[in-house]
Structure formats: structure tokens, C-alpha cells
Design a protein around this ligand. Structure first.
Ligand SMILES: Cc1cc2nc3c(=O)[nH]c(=O)nc-3n(C[C@H](O)[C@H](O)[C@H](O)COP(=O)(O)OP(=O)(O)OC[C@H]3O[C@@H](n4cnc5c(N)ncnc54)[C@H](O)[C@@H]3O)c2cc1C
Length: 492
């Protein structure tokens, strides 16, 4: 297969997965009104990569072969490859204004990074070699053009204690081993896109103690979403369920990517699906070894760029159309957004030009540079949201439903909702878009997503500080002090 169409993708979701929402099991995620909009959007992303005019940009062939694979599965071996992959990631992100964080390319670049470094998985403490499993899964995923989700985090039972010392033992763990594999039981939170993915990768969680009792929780494996015993408990949908017009909820109705807590009720994991087994050491060191972070962050920063462009454009557009951009206070609110956008683009580009050769023959964007773009993006995103809210003011709550334009009060709507240079229709559409982007349930989730999707920014910032090569900085101050001492004629 290799490049799937949207139709083929939607068909693949009709697999009798066990997904629950609002107290009931969803029979078909592609038609359920709480989810269909999201499924359709992901399907459109699959169609996008098959468009004749875009196919070369969105996919690649290998050697003399004519089989095409989605660009996110490319194993980058040069800066040019990273740029090529970056263009495809950006094109995908643009299609959703960067609002769908877990478009399938996110996990595709992750699975690719794991496959490039597959030999790492052969160095298991258990003596078992899992590298071939990782490589085989990558080959399968790119041939079938699969969409996957991943889940890393243990349930929030008591964060002050390590996972194996929780008073309520509900975190995912191994419960029984057989010749063919093992059974796992427990929960993980949360998997975005679980509603719309084909497979789920269970990946290492935060640091696991190197104590023998903790080993049962130290796992990584991949399973189809529709595996017996796998249950997905979805949060309520953010797609408004009132019969509003698409233009009333232009983002929420299309970009619901889903989040779900995953419950494993004695799920069987075959050895062939295993990446890590009862190996805390491997779990704790994996991310540094396989360059997964750089790959995920390449995708997420191309997406963040699309989002920053859209939100900054929206803020500037609102200011321009309501003519408040003549005021210096509005200009000074918008200028930092434009500066942040330019800085973001420059930093991400710099990360590519500073690409680092890995020991696996691939290249990855420079980690520190990429992290500089990613770590506090959530704060910059909040500023964008705040700017749109501030500039639109009461327009956000004054804008009626799109239906009013043809409703019983239509004659008043046309007259009293127009503005200088805009008809009522145009103005209501603009304001409904701004409302959906900044005031809806969808908008609130976007803010939380940006803060947490790549882990807790507090602990990540601390880690960034710890890992930053500070010796040159210390030397700088040492040299300055030495120079000053010399000038002052005292001993250095
Ligand atoms: C919208 C959304 C989508 C997500 N999608 C996915 C996904 O697809 N796959 C996936 O694996 N994960 C996903 N996540 C989970 C994400 O990885 C976690 O939110 C993140 O790692 C933080 O963990 P937590 O939410 O359990 O917060 P917690 O770890 O419970 O932290 C809550 C608060 O307590 C503080 N805190 C907790 N422990 C410590 C500590 N040891 N030291 C200092 N401070 C501490 C934190 O700073 C934070 O303020 C998603 C999260 C969100 C919000």
C-alpha cells in the first residue's frame, strides 16, 4: 500500500475498538457525531499527501523502487533530508493551522527515530534482543501508512512516590509471563489521537527506580488499538453538539484529535511486539540514546510555527479590520507576537543547520536549539490567545450564531453587525473564528496541550539547565575576573 487515501484510512478505523465516551461505547468513530469531525480531518491529511501536485513534497521513494512512503517516515541522512521532511511537516500542520498536535506524522517521525536506532533495543538487561521488533514495526507502519498514538504517563495516584510504591497499584505493569509473551494490566494517561489511531505504542514513563520491584512497570511495546482487553476512556468531545453551523465552530468541529485514558485489562503482548521488557535502566536512558526528542520536536516545532503564524495573523487581522491597529498600545501588543514568530522560524531553521550526525548514520536537528524553541512555546501561545481576546474585546461575546444571518432577525443582523469595510456576514465569520480559537472548550484544551504535550515544562526546564554545557559560561566569568584582577594589580 504505502500511501493511504483518506477513504482507506477511515475504513481502517472501523475495527470494533473498545472506546467509551459519555458513558457509552462508541460503535464507529468515523460516524459518531462527537468524533466524526476529527476523523474526517485526519482523513483529509491522508488525502493531502496523495494530491498529484504535492505527492513529491509529501512522500519519498527509496533506491530504484517506485513505492512511495509518507515523508514523515524518511530516515534523514543530511540537512537536505531534514529540510525536505520539515517542508512536509509544515504543509501538514498548515492544513489544521497547527491545531492538531498529533497528526499522524508526529508518531511517524518518532517510530522512524526508534527504527534508525533499533540496535539500542538489543542491549536489554533481560538478555533478549528487541531491535528487530522495532525495525519490523517501522517497516510495517510505513508500508501500511499507519497512524499511531503513544502513551507514557502513569495515573496520577500519588506523584510524591515512585510508581512501584503507590498505595493504589493501578499503573500498567506485567502480571504474567508465558513462552509467547506476557500479560499486562493497569492504566496509563493519556493517549491523544487514540480515537483515530490504528496502533498504540506504550513508551517508557518518567524515571523508574532501578529496584527489582519497579521492573514490572518498565516496558515498551506496540499493539493495535483494537486488541482484546484494551479499553479507551475518552474525555467528553469538544465538538459542540448543538446544531450550529460549521462557521460557528470552524476549529472545534474539525480539529478534535481526542484524548483517552488507556486501560489494559489483562492484555496479551507477544514478544514480537515488545521493544523493552522489565528493564528500568533501558527506560531511563532510552530517550538520550535514540534521539526521539529531536524527532518529535522537529514535527512539533513545524506545527508550532503553523500555529503561531495563524494566531498572529488572526490577531493582526482583527486589529486591522476593526481599525484599532492605529493605536500604539495595540501595535505594541502585536509587535512581540511578530517578533516571537520571526524568532521561532529562525531558531528552528538554526536547529536544522546545526544538525548533528548520530551513530546510526542519520542526522537530527540540534537538540538544545530545538528545545529553545519548544520549551516556552506554551507561554508564547498564551500571549497569542490573550492578544486575540484583548483586541476583539466584546466582539467575541457579541457575535451571534451564523444562523442569525438567515434567521427571524436577519434584517437587523445585516444592518447592526456590519463594520467599516466588512459586511455582517464577514464580520460574524471572523468573530466566530476568533471565539473558537480563544474562548471555546477547544481553545482551553489547546492551551493545556501546549503546556504538557511533551512532558512537564517545569521538570523539562530543570533538565535543560542541568544538561546545558555550562563550563564555557563559567570560564567566561573566570576570564573576566582574571582580567579585572590583572588590571587592578591584585592576584587572580
Ligand atoms: C492535552 C494533553 C495531551 C496529552 N497527550 C499525551 C499523549 O498523547 N501521550 C502521552 O504519553 N502523554 C500525553 N499527555 C500527558 C503528558 O505527557 C503529561 O501531561 C505530562 O508529562 C505531565 O504529566 P501529568 O499531566 O501527569 O502531570 P503531573 O506529573 O501529575 O504534574 C502535575 C503538576 O505537579 C508538578 N509535579 C508533579 N511531579 C513533580 C515532580 N516530581 N517534581 C516537580 N513538580 C512535579 C508538575 O510540575 C505539574 O505542575 C498529554 C497531556 C495533555 C494535557
Amino acid at each position: 500500500m504505502a500511501l493511504r487515501t483518506g477513504k482507506e484510512y477511515l475504513e481502517s478505523l472501523r475495527d470494533d475498538r473498545e472506546l467509551y465516551i459519555d458513558g457509552e461505547r462508541v460503535r464507529d468513530v468515523t460516524t459518531d457525531p462527537r468524533l466524526a469531525g476529527g476523523a474526517q480531518t485526519i482523513a483529509e491529511l491522508y488525502d493531502l499527501q496523495c494530491e498529484p501536485g504535492l505527492i513529491d513534497e509529501m512522500s519519498y521513494t527509496e533506491g530504484d523502487g517506485d513505492e512511495r512512503f509518507a515523508m514523515a517516515f524518511l530516515e534523514p541522512r543530511s540537512v537536505a533530508d531534514l529540510q525536505r521532511r520539515g517542508r512536509a511537516l509544515k504543509r501538514t500542520a498548515d492544513a489544521t493551522f497547527g491545531m492538531v498536535g498529533r497528526s499522524p506524522d508526529f508518531m511517524s517521525v518518532g517510530v522512524t527515530a526508534l527504527a534508525s536506532a533499533h540496535e539500542v533495543f538489543d542491549q536489554s538487561a533481560s538478555g533478549r534482543a528487541f531491535g528487530q521488533n522495532v525495525r519490523s514495526y517501522y517497516e510495517k507502519a510505513r508500508r501500511l501508512d499507519l497512524a499511531s498514538t503513544h502513551v507514557q504517563v502513569n495515573p496520577q495516584v500519588d506523584r510524591s512516590k515512585p510508581v512501584h510504591q503507590q498505595s493504589i497499584d493501578i499503573a500498567l505493569k506485567v502480571v504474567r509471563e508465558t513462552d509467547a509473551g506476557y500479560y499486562v494490566k493497569g492504566a496509563r494517561q493519556v493517549a491523544t489521537l487514540a480515537q483515530f489511531a490504528n496502533d498504540i505504542l506504550v513508551m517508557p514513563s518518567v524515571v523508574i527506580n532501578n529496584e527489582p520491584e519497579a521492573a514490572d512497570y518498565a516496558l515498551a511495546f506496540v499493539l493495535p488499538i483494537a486488541t482484546p482487553g484494551l479499553k479507551f476512556i475518552s474525555r467528553p468531545s469538544i465538538i459542540p453538539q448543538n446544531p450550529g453551523h460549521l462557521l460557528d465552530h470552524p476549529l472545534s468541529s474539525r480539529f478534535e484529535e481526542g484524548d483517552a485514558v488507556v486501560i489494559f485489562d489483562n492484555v496479551f503482548v507477544p514478544w514480537e511486539a515488545t521493544f523493552i521488557y522489565r528493564d528500568a535502566q533501558m527506560c531511563n536512558t532510552l530517550y538520550q540514546k535514540v534521539h526521539l526528542g529531536e524527532s518529535y520536536t522537529h514535527q512539533s516545532m513545524m506545527r508550532a510555527q503553523a500555529k503561531a503564524e495563524f494566531m498572529t495573523a488572526l490577531a493582526c487581522y482583527l486589529a486591522n479590520r476593526t481599525h484599532v491597529d492605529v493605536f500604539p498600545n495595540v501595535q505594541t501588543m502585536l509587535a512581540p507576537l511578530l517578533i516571537d514568530l520571526e524568532t521561532h522560524k529562525a531558531v528552528v531553521e538554526a536547529a536544522i543547520f546545526r544538525a548533528v550526525q548520530t551513530r546510526y548514520g542519520t542526522v537530527v536537528p540540534d537538540s538544545l536549539t530545538l528545545q529553545s524553541a519548544q520549551l516556552f512555546f506554551f507561554e508564547r501561545f498564551q500571549k497569542m490567545v490573550e492578544a486575540v481576546r484583548t483586541i476583539a474585546g466584546s466582539g467575541l461575546v457579541g457575535a451571534p450564531s451564523y444562523a442569525e444571518l438567515k434567521g427571524e432577525a436577519a434584517e437587523y443582523i445585516g444592518q447592526y453587525f456590519q463594520s467599516e469595510g466588512m459586511t455582517a456576514d464577514q464580520r460574524i465569520r471572523m468573530l466566530r473564528l476568533a471565539t473558537d480559537a480563544t474562548m471555546s472548550a477547544f481553545a482551553s484544551r489547546q492551551v493545556v496541550y501546549e503546556r504538557y504535550y511533551q512532558g512537564d515544562p517545569v521538570r523539562r526546564a530543570a533538565m535543560f539547565y542541568k544538561n546545558y554545557p555550562k563550563e564555557p559560561l563559567y570560564r567566561l566569568v573566570d576570564d573576566a575576573l582574571r582580567g579585572l584582577a590583572h588590571k587592578a594589580g591584585v592576584e587572580a
